[in-house]
Ligand binder design. Structure first.
Ligand code: ADP
Ligand code: MG
Length: 301
């Protein structure tokens, strides 16, 4: 039988926008000592903006900026990823009042945590991180490494684009930290949890966000499977782990953690995998949820 106090606890949570899957979840939040925080959409707003576009004309790229952006926007229109939304929005804006909506891709493929590919207006287009371009057998001029490095050092997120197997340009996108994140991180620390920023994004972008919100530990360039490993590693050290995320790429890690918390603003896949959903998608609600569990458990014991 479920103690009444636990049911009351889950009810209190619901009133505050903290949806707890079952009363037993409160038990698992008891001894949490590490909290892994996804970056994009969890610590940051996830509303990424396109900050630069460089068409690779000097390396034989065939496309001018507007055309390149249209192809990129067309391919990314099939993806829900924050990087994709930044590119698609910018492409739609640049088309302005001109007729001709974004082209839709054929054979669209989402390469989780790496990039996307597909056929746009008869051209093979792929967009993603440097390493993804390698796997797509796209040759990159050596100067590109420098461009990527500089963008990453600025804390932004560069992605490369190739058309018909040829490197065609680089786009950079950038994200802003949620207003409440820094304060929430402080709260989580006060509750005795060590925060770790966990992201598929590059180390420069990750570090910028970590510095801004006061997180000392960063794990960057993590593929979805690496996110699971990060949870397991802490568990192997005897830690009880909470994972907070919003993306498809967080789902497996949310399930692996002792306590999985999804942003209500995130994907259904993340919400399904989590034990708790915070409706407002605010990190303060994460601290609230932990406080609520502890208080509820105290009344039972
Ligand atoms: P995060 O952990 O920050 O949510 P992801 O694992 O979803 O990040 O993505 C990691 C990286 O993979 C992105 O920073 C980007 O370089 C690349 N990527 C993922 N999806 C896309 C996409 N739709 N278009 C271009 N690049 C992408
Ligand atoms: Mg995310």
């Amino acid at each position: 039988a479920t103690p009444t106090a636990l049911l009351v606890g889950t009810g209190r949570g619901a009133q505050r926008g903290i949806l707890i899957k079952g009363p037993e979840v409160l038990e698992s939040s008891r001894g949490i000592d590490a909290v892994l925080l996804d970056k994009t959409g969890t610590v940051t707003t996830g509303a990424m903006q396109l900050t630069s576009l460089l068409s690779a004309r000097e390396w034989g790229g065939e496309y001018e900026d507007p055309e390149l952006l249209r192809l990129a926007g067309g391919l990314e229109s099939a993806s829900e990823h924050p990087v994709a939304r930044a590119i698609t929005n910018a492409a739609r804006e640049s088309l302005g009042s001109r007729p001709g909506r974004l082209p839709t891709p054929d054979n669209f493929q989402n390469h989780q945590g790496r990039g996307v590919s597909g056929v746009v207006e008869g051209h093979e287009v792929c967009i993603g991180r440097r390493w993804f371009m390698r796997t797509q057998e796209v040759d990159l001029p050596t100067e590109v490494d420098d461009l990527i490095e500089r963008a990453e050092a600025r804390g932004s997120t560069p992605v490369l684009i190739a058309v018909d197997g040829k490197f065609t340009g680089m786009l950079t996108v950038s994200d802003t930290v949620k207003e409440s994140s820094a304060q929430a991180v402080e709260q989580l620390k006060k509750l005795g949890m060590t925060p770790v920023l966990l992201t598929g994004d590059n180390a420069g972008a990750a570090q910028r966000v970590a510095d801004e919100v006061g997180i000392e530990q960063v794990i960057a360039e993590a593929l979805p499977e690496d996110k699971v490993t990060a949870v397991q590693r802490l568990q192997a050290e005897g830690k009880s782990v909470a994972m907070v995320g919003d993306g498809v790429n967080d789902a497996a890690a949310l399930a692996q953690a002792e306590l999985g918390i999804a942003m209500g603003t995130g994907t259904d896949v993340a919400i399904d995998a989590a034990d708790i959903t915070v409706i407002r998608g605010d990190l303060n609600s994460v601290a609230d949820a932990v406080r609520l569990s502890r208080r509820t458990l105290r009344t039972i014991r």
